[in-house]
Design a protein around this ligand. Structure first.
Ligand code: EPZ
Length: 416
């Protein structure tokens, strides 16, 4: 159990480098098994979810080593096409190995994945996409078996732009005979990163970012080097932390276009936002105004992953902010915990209505999920007194050395 302690009331000042993207790294780690080749990645964050992916790779027979933020994978020794249940449960992205293993071995045996409990999170769109490529998929007693003697390129129309289903379809399509087109694909920057990685491997993929992706199979190169892009949700979280606590924070090595919707609302709330090349500076007095309404949407809309942390920043904002969650059924799990700090949040169906309060006070909270846990730390920075967050490891799944990052900026945050 991780015990976080935050003593609020300190402003954040200084500059910090934004970590590499978790959600770009994970599908790329799955993609590294597509062919019997070597992969060298840089800027990979050190996170529990990355460790889980490395354990899957090793179980499959690959060599997988991380040193600092550099990662090396040798997929030449892959000997298995099945991921055990215990490893599947460690994170949601384990499901992306399905498309990759199907492409490499013609078979993948897995079980439904774990990950944050944000709602039902079915994988029907993943399975439908693989079936359209010619895979035979059977689900029996908690096991999913995908088999294909030959995958055939086709047009896959996704009824919803699921990030994971798009990734699985892209990976499986690299081994199909002929061209595959994915219509209605997710447009998230992480999809673009996967496309760039596949192209660096020697595949021919284009269209990512547009919702219309075309994959033409090609023989992979023997080795691939690739740098992981900055994490837009870690950047959003730090920006919200500075907005809530007050101060002036410069995010280095970041891509402001990837989280412009978050910056838009912080600006509306009264923060000064300066962007220059790969840096973003957020200046805040700590007293914000209500914004919105905010609706979470697939990219390029406002990201569901930033909803809890922006909510945390707005708890003391003057006025009423309404946030509607449309991606996950259960992504307001942080709300009952934030109320313990004195926050005034009413739930109306899939919307949260936040009435800004004058002050928040420290309390003992329990992290409910990754971004919900981060939201509790952000709120704690703006609360008077001490906030404790008991966390069974959610926050470390997505934030690298978050205690040190915040402490270096002047926050009083401890992790035991
Ligand atoms: C990715 O999850 C991210 N995870 C999530 O980040 C993020 O919240 C989510 O995309 C939305 O942006 C990774 O990239 C590892 P989806 P994913 O498939 O792929 C429904 C974080 O905090 N759906 O786009 O699981 C689903 O139930 C995490 O870092 C189906 O109905 O998201 C959900 O309501 C959490 N059937 C919606 O689509 C399917 O087959 C979006 O899911 C697949 C999805």
């Amino acid at each position: 159990m991780d015990h976080w302690t935050v003593r609020g009331g300190r402003k954040l000042y200084g500059a910090c480098r934004v970590q590499g993207s978790k959600n770009a790294s994970l599908p790329i780690l799955a993609a590294s098994v597509l062919a019997g080749t070597e992969t060298e990645l840089t800027n990979v964050p050190r996170l529990k979810d990355i460790d889980a992916a490395l354990r899957i790779l090793r179980h499959l027979g690959c060599r997988a080593e991380q040193e600092g933020n550099d990662l090396y994978i040798d997929a030449r020794g892959l000997v298995r096409s099945a991921v055990p249940h215990a490893l599947m449960l460690e994170m949601r992205s384990s499901v992306i190995f399905m498309g990759a293993l199907l492409a490499r071995c013609g078979e993948a045996r897995l079980s439904p994945p774990g990950g944050c409990q944000l709602g039902k999170r079915p994988i029907d769109l993943h399975l439908a996409a693989l079936r359209q490529l010619g895979a035979e998929v059977t689900e029996r007693e908690g096991e999913i078996l995908c088999r294909a003697s030959k995958l055939r390129g086709t047009t896959i129309r996704l009824p919803f732009p699921s990030v994971g289903a798009t990734e699985n379809a892209m990976l499986a399509a690299t081994a199909a005979e002929g061209e595959t087109v994915i219509e209605g694909a997710a447009r998230e920057p992480e999809i673009r990163a996967l496309q760039d990685f596949l192209n660096a491997m020697g595949c021919f993929v284009h269209g990512a970012g547009s919702g219309h992706i075309v994959i033409t199979p090609r023989r992979a190169r023997s080795s691939t080097e690739f740098r992981i892009q900055p994490d837009r949700i870690a950047a959003s979280t730090l920006a919200c932390a500075a907005a809530a606590a007050g101060g002036e924070l410069t995010l280095l090595d970041t891509e402001s276009a990837h989280f412009s919707t978050v910056l838009h609302f912080l600006k509306q709330a009264g923060c000064a936002i300066m962007t220059k090349q790969r840096c973003v500076t957020v200046r805040s007095s700590g007293r914000l105004r209500a914004v919105g309404p905010i609706t979470t949407e697939p990219y390029p809309g406002f990201p569901t992953d930033a909803q809890p942390v922006l909510m945390a920043a707005l708890l003391r904002a003057e006025g009423v902010t309404r946030i509607r969650e449309t991606i996950f059924e259960n992504r307001f799990r942080q709300v009952p915990e934030l109320r313990k700090l004195g926050a005034d949040i009413a739930m109306e169906g899939q919307s949260a209505v936040i009435r800004g309060v004058e002050r928040l006070h420290g309390a003992s909270l329990t992290a409910t999920d990754l971004r919900g846990g981060a939201a509790m730390l952000v709120a704690g920075l703006a609360a008077e007194g001490e906030t404790r967050v008991e966390d069974e490891g959610h926050i470390a799944r997505g934030y690298e050395s978050f205690d040190r990052v915040l402490s270096d900026l002047g926050a009083d945050v401890r992790l035991n």
